[in-house]
Design a protein around this ligand. Structure first.
Ligand SMILES: [Zn+2]
Length: 595
């Protein structure tokens, strides 16, 4: 374990109060030698306000103590509620500490879950963070400006700062981290892929908020309508009540102020009740709305696991449990699901995601590290919750009674045929050592095995990343492996799609109706490769470039959303931000360019 420091943060946002007092928490972040700001080795706070043209006073380095003797400058919780709140709300140095701590905590969650250091997509080591970037009700991540920017605006009870909202900070940080990990997920593709970035950022934000016992305790108190007692009735915590309590934990009022800008989709997801067929409805074709379904499926699984856990705990004669105990149990479930969600990123195909892929990735990544799920039964809860929203795992494979996990390559379906037969993967000439870090070595492996792995020769393949990982479970169980991903690109005029032969298949990729034959289209495919510690391929999770059904669907969706009507320059922008996606990015770039 690395040494950590404890820092005070606002548990959710300033609107969540108990007896008039803002709910705060102390969180642990990796200890480091901080500069004024705070400025650290990954997060570099520069408190410049572009709207006011002013620089705020930074938090002095001395206030944070040294690496050997770290200090929390805002540790004091005493005093009257009013003065306590005022101090947190009005001191920009606390705002700087709040963003720093929550970004570092999110980064640490990702690095621990994935078992390796993560890079930002823009190549630099430090992400710039402006806690009071502009006077607008908005916050955004910008790849071009290499930073996270948090706005502020006038609310009914004084200024509202997005840099004091836990879920907004984590949401934006997650965009930045996923962009570093899987940059192709920003490419225009299916409606599910467009929805994924937003939904995943919301899932991480939601679980991050509820992994803090102080916040969950208030949510549970609200749900059981117990304000004073230290003991709460477990039976009162029905799913519906818990759902309402969650909204309290998320500072619903604050969400209303931001409504239509940000955070409203997270709060809407909490209200969504399971129904099959939602994904087909016209209103859920829009990416943000569509993302709510994925978030709701995760949230319902969380509530199920949490409720079931509470049933197993020893209650008193009145069926009550201490509130603190109930909150700790829920925070544990949230932490566990947070880790599994982040881990699942390595088990996703790098292009053209669909929600079923996300479910298969969640099941597989969790199964790898926690084969025994009898205590929490998270995987069962996920399968049934996703099913209740009409999402089934992409993989129909079962291992040890676990339906929906990805198939190991040894028994992958033989090309085109129904029969399964073992794949003969050739490791001859591949160097195990360099396979752990060298993209050329991984490419050689792919090239040598292109036939058995089903890679056509027409397209170019690029190995995008290779990383050795060491994942350690809370129980100390470790898993050493190498993850690599590659993308395949084929650009051709729409008129030539028909002539593209697809081995083993009779169908062809169809050009969308009404698209000029001369329009250039780009087909994308790719895969994630997971090697075990001996360099043997464990999983090959991919979307084939020459998949007639998926590619036809994708091109139709892009055509319908006007992608091919755009000029190449606009398309470049769309490729980066996706049409209609990450709207919080849009008004920003202008402001951010001043950096
Ligand atoms: Zn977002």
């Amino acid at each position: 374990m690395h040494p950590t420091r404890k820092l005070t943060i606002i548990g959710q946002d300033p609107s969540v109060r108990v007896r008039g007092r803002i709910v705060t928490a102390k969180i642990e972040v990796p200890v480091e030698r901080l500069g004024e700001g705070p400025r650290g080795y990954r997060v570099y706070v520069v408190d410049y306000d572009a709207s006011a043209g002013r620089m705020y006073k930074p938090l002095p380095a001395e206030a944070m103590g040294s690496a050997a003797d770290p200090r929390d400058p805002f540790a004091g919780r005493g005093g009257k509620a009013q003065s306590f709140n005022k101090r947190l709300l009005t001191d920009p140095r606390f705002h700087a500490q709040n963003v720093y701590a929550l970004i570092m905590r999110t980064l640490a969650h990702f690095e621990r879950a994935l078992g390796r250091r993560l890079s930002w997509s823009f190549g630099g080591h430090q992400i710039k963070v402006a806690p009071h970037a502009f006077a607008e009700p908005n916050a955004f991540y910008s790849r071009a400006a290499e930073g996270l920017f948090f706005g502020y605006f006038a609310g009914p009870d004084g200024p509202v700062y997005t840099c004091l909202s836990h879920d907004i900070i984590v949401h934006e940080t997650t965009h930045a981290l996923v962009d570093g990990l899987r940059p192709r997920l920003m490419e225009p593709s299916s409606p599910d892929q467009a929805a994924f970035h937003e939904a995943f950022a919301d899932v991480v934000a939601l679980l991050s908020v509820f992994s803090i016992p102080e916040v969950l305790e208030e949510a549970v108190r609200q749900a059981t309508r117990s304000i004073t007692s230290g003991m709460l009735r477990v039976a009162g915590l029905t799913s519906a009540a818990l759902q309402e309590g969650m909204l309290f934990g998320l500072g619903e009022q604050y969400g209303d102020v931001l409504s239509g800008v940000h955070g409203s989709s997270l709060r809407r997801s909490v209200r969504l009740t399971p129904k099959r067929g939602l994904l087909e409805r016209p209103e859920y074709q829009e990416e943000h709305r569509r993302g709510e379904i994925l978030v709701a499926a995760m949230l319902h699984a969380f509530m199920k696991v949490y409720r079931d856990r509470l049933e197993t705990l020893g209650k008193d004669a009145n069926g009550k449990l201490p509130a603190v105990r109930m909150a700790e149990e829920g925070a544990d479930v949230a932490s566990r699901m947070l880790t599994m969600s982040i881990r699942a990123l390595d088990y996703l195909p790098p292009t053209d995601l669909e929600f079923g892929d996300v479910l298969s990735a969640l099941i597989t990544s969790d199964l790898e590290l926690r084969p025994d799920d009898s205590r929490y039964r998270v995987r069962d809860a996920l399968r049934s919750s996703f099913e209740s929203f009409g999402i089934r795992p992409t993989s129909a494979y079962s291992a040890d009674g676990e339906f929906g996990c990805w198939e190991p390559p040894q028994i992958l379906r033989a090309k085109g045929g129904r029969q399964k037969r073992p794949l003969k993967i050739d490791y001859e000439g591949v160097h195990r050592e360099s396979l752990q870090r060298d993209p050329d070595e991984v490419f050689r492996f792919l090239w040598e095995n292109r036939q058995v792995l089903g890679l056509c020769e027409e397209a170019f393949t690029r190995v995008a990343a290779v990383r050795p990982v060491l994942r350690v479970d809370e129980d100390g169980f470790w898993l050493r492996e190498t993850v690599a991903d590659y993308v395949r690109i084929l650009t051709l005029p729409a008129g030539e799609l028909k002539g593209l032969r697809i081995p083993g298949k009779r169908q062809r990729i169809q050009a969308p109706k009404g698209l000029s034959k001369r329009t250039e289209v780009r087909l994308l495919g790719g895969g994630a490769l997971l090697f075990d510690e001996f360099g043997k391929l464990k999983y090959h999770i991919r979307n084939a470039l020459l998949n007639p059904a998926r590619q036809t669907r994708r091109l139709e969706h892009l055509h319908a959303s006007g992608y091919f009507d755009a000029t190449p320059r606009e398309r470049g922008f769309a490729a980066l931000h996706l049409k209609g996606m990450l709207p919080e990015l849009r008004p920003v770039t202008r402001e951010a360019d001043r950096w």
